[in-house]
Ligand binder design. Structure first.
Ligand code: IPD
Ligand code: CA
Ligand code: CA
Length: 269
């Protein structure tokens, strides 16, 4: 395993331990509201602090972009490396004791994802990938599914819950897909949804309005597992737009085509 990925795994497991211990007593969690339907707990903050401490110790010169503490420069100012961290993806699930959440850590080198970890502490499932080196689940190689027909495909998604700019287009796509796919799932942790596409548990995925830390690691898992990721035009602008489509190559193409039929002017920008 590449030393940088090794450090990321150590950080993700440390955060996972914090999350698992806290999950024993969610009834007493202090929950803060960042904005409507956007929650943060002391567990998100403690997990993030633990991750940053480990990364900083190993790579003080690297930049960090983390959900709760924002962007921090490295000790030497600008760096070619940036860690993109979601310390607890699926906070709403976590608060409710709904066991579907994960730690997500990605490393970008000159803007290109080079290493990725998504760790599900509930099931002790560790998804990892390094650019050019394939994707793994607990050290076993994973591949996207080879299901070719949308009618047989299981599609993951995230419902709009805070920003409703594209809700009409979302519902039109949802309505169409309910009739054309084998079914849809909204598990509630985007990073884990992407890991599930990488491991073939889901055949495709789409969501509007994601943040870079939801997607960074998961997208590398998918491409290294033989899948495709893109924005709503199939291009690479998803980290900037927040709109993401992913899947095995056949389902990805069919999802893009279906979504295109429901794109509003706002979504075409
Ligand atoms: C959220 C989860 C959710 C997705 C949201 C994200 P958070 O992350 O990934 O599945 O629908 O868009 O914000 O806030 O729990 O880290
Ligand atoms: Ca998230
Ligand atoms: Ca989070």
């Amino acid at each position: 395993m590449h030393p940088m990925l090794n450090i990321a795994v150590k950080a993700a497991r440390r955060a996972g331990g914090i999350i698992n211990r806290a999950s024993m007593d969610v009834a007493h969690l202090k929950v803060g509201v960042k904005q409507q339907s956007d929650y943060v707990t002391e567990v998100d903050r403690a997990a993030e602090a633990a991750i940053i401490e480990i990364l900083r110790e190993a790579y003080p010169q690297h930049e960090i972009l983390a959900e709760e503490s924002g962007a921090t420069a490295g000790t030497k100012g600008e760096s070619d490396y940036q860690w993109i961290i979601d310390p607890l993806d699926g906070t709403t699930n976590f608060i409710h004791g709904f066991p579907q959440y994960a730690v997500s850590i990605g490393l970008a080198h000159r803007g290109v994802m080079s290493h990725a970890v998504v760790y599900d502490p509930t099931r002790n499932e560790l998804f990892t990938a390094s650019k050019g080196g394939g994707a793994f689940l607990n050290d076993k190689r994973i591949r996207v599914s080879n299901r070719a027909k949308l009618a047989e495909a299981l599609i993951g998604t995230g419902f709009p819950y805070r920003v409703f700019d594209h809700v009409d287009a979302y519902i039109a796509i949802f309505k169409d897909l309910t009739q054309k796919s084998a079914g849809m799932r909204r598990p509630g942790a985007a990073a884990l949804d992407l890991a599930y596409v990488a491991s073939g548990r889901l055949d495709g995925f789409w969501e509007f309005g994601l943040s870079p830390w939801d997607m960074a690691a998961g997208t590398l898992l998918i491409t290294e597992a033989g899948g495709l990721v893109g924005d709503l035009s199939g291009e690479h602008n998803y980290l900037a737009t927040g709109n993401l489509v992913a899947g095995n190559p056949k389902i990805f193409a069919q999802l893009l085509q279906l979504i295109d039929q429901h794109k509003t002017a706002k979504l075409r920008d």
